[in-house]
Ligand binder design. Structure first.
Ligand code: ADP
Ligand code: ZN
Length: 213
């Protein structure tokens, strides 16, 4: 399947994407994960992106498009892909449209995960992430067995630099201003699928029904 996952930070895009990969082998492509890996490795991309990310601001479109142009050409994308956290601005969406047309690829849907703001804030402040493998935990609903230690790889599990109250509030403002307009953009493209369910299982079931996967 070829999907865009839209939704505010904390709407569950990553969790849903991981569940969908298991259905048909489509790959999850998270620009946030790619950027965090670059920061950790200290690459040129990472150096350019870090300050934006820590403040909860968007990384410039040119950097993101540079990443995605290469990524979408890789072989593993042929089976299908789930775009998680991209596109995030109207210029990114417009450039993605051109890129996909060049590659001869059609999208099945742009899925909008619509989750109330109070649920989102609660989820983000309690979210914890493994610095080594990216596994996601939640201090309330899905804690690690040993505090601060990843169940999967033994790595350190921490609160992300952009998950302080202040950065979260900024990320949500940035989302409303820059990313929310994409819902109308994809409505105009005729491929919008609005999903209001809050449990990931229900979201996945609705998406499967909608695209017949
Ligand atoms: P979220 O939990 O907010 O969905 P992500 O892991 O997708 O977080 O992104 C983390 C940060 O990486 C964002 O706040 C932003 O700084 C940067 N980022 C990720 N994807 C994009 C994108 N498509 N365009 C611009 N910045 C991005
Ligand atoms: Zn881990």
């Amino acid at each position: 399947m070829r999907l865009i996952l839209l939704g505010a930070p904390g709407a569950g895009k990553g969790t849903v994407a991981k569940m969908l990969t298991a259905i048909d082998g489509s790959v999850q492509i998270s620009t946030g994960d790619i950027l965090r890996a670059a920061v950790k490795e200290g690459t040129e991309l990472g150096k350019q992106a870090k300050a934006f990310m820590d403040a909860g601001d968007l990384v410039p479109d040119e950097l993101i498009m540079g990443i995605m142009k290469e990524r979408l050409k890789e072989d593993d994308c042929r089976v299908g892909f789930l775009l998680d956290g991209f596109p995030r601005t109207i210029p990114q969406a417009e450039q993605l449209k051109v890129l996909l047309a060049d590659l001869g690829i059609e999208l099945d849907a742009a899925v909008n995960l619509d989750v109330p703001r109070d649920v989102i804030v609660d989820r983000l402040t309690t979210r914890r992430t493994c610095v080594d493998c990216g596994a996601i935990y939640n201090v309330k609903s899905a804690p690690t067995k040993v505090e601060g230690v990843c169940d999967k790889c033994g790595g350190k599990v921490v609160q992300r630099d952009d998950e302080t109250e202040e950065a979260i509030s900024n990320r949500l403002d940035v989302y409303n201003e820059k990313t929310a307009p994409l819902v109308d953009f994809y409505k105009g493209e005729g491929i919008l699928a609005d999903v209001t369910a809050t449990s990931s299982e229900a979201v996945v079931a609705t998406i499967r029904e909608r695209i017949g996967a």
